[in-house]
Design a protein around this ligand. Sequence first.
Ligand code: MLT
Length: 309
Amino acid sequence: MAPKVLVSDKLSDTAVQIFRDRGIDVDFMPELGKDKDKLAEVIGEYDGLAIRSATKVTAKLLENAPNLKVIGRAGIGTDNVDKEAASKKGIIVMNTPYGNMITTAEHAIAMMFAVARQIPEASASTQAGKWEKSKFMGVELTGKTLGVIGAGNIGGIVCDRARGLKMKVVAYDPFLSQEKADKMGVEKVELDELLKRADFVTLHVPLTDQTKNILSRENMEKMKKGARVINCARGGLVDEEALADLLKSGHIGAAAFDVFTVEPATENPLFGLPNVVCTPHLGAATTEAQENVALQVAEQMSDYLLTGA
Ligand code: MLT
């Protein structure tokens, strides 16, 4: 009998087509990602579950999934999956670490431009008929120092693009070797040094016990006056209350956030402050990235279910 896969989040049609082409019996029910009771009712039938970020795979859900062998996350973060519970049940959790890295890095760069030139506020003011030319004085990126916290797949691309923009790049990443840093043309530094020197700080690390609040109040107080913070990685890396205070006092010049401690973010201490640009977790939201992650997750899951590889 063909293995059965449930797609419980909005995934590109490419994924469904690949499952079908590989002989997998696939059900596409993206509405289940937001309906945990219905999902719990049906999950028992499936060998594989393909998700994005809406489906929350809890230990309780897994109790209803005796046949489940693999959970595939079309994207990078697997923080919506209880990995410990999955591994106790012998269920493999796989992600697609490469499919959306360029797109996410590009979003971070776009956010950096947005705060350097106050583009969202200037756009809103212009469309309101105000023509406030002198209000929106920006800064150039050329020659500025970008501090990159986490120089892995996404952070590495950000470093490359920033160098193309003629920025100086300093990177804090305990896993970055000196040799790799030299190859990338970035200066490997300790966190305190990065905070002291950077005009812009961008985060590209997962949320772990070690990285939670890595930009704490104390650390942000070490930053240059007027420095700008960009977070397109994970909510919880920055103390949002402290950042709001530091934006109000003028110590931090601006912030661009795509991710929030609580998502969906319908309220947040940063909302409504001047020089704050927010987007609703759009880091991976391009047609190209969504095609890539859908294709990769479907191929990986099919390989596993059909060959065990
Ligand atoms: C990811 O982890 O792949 C990104 O944050 C994108 C997403 O969750 O949609």
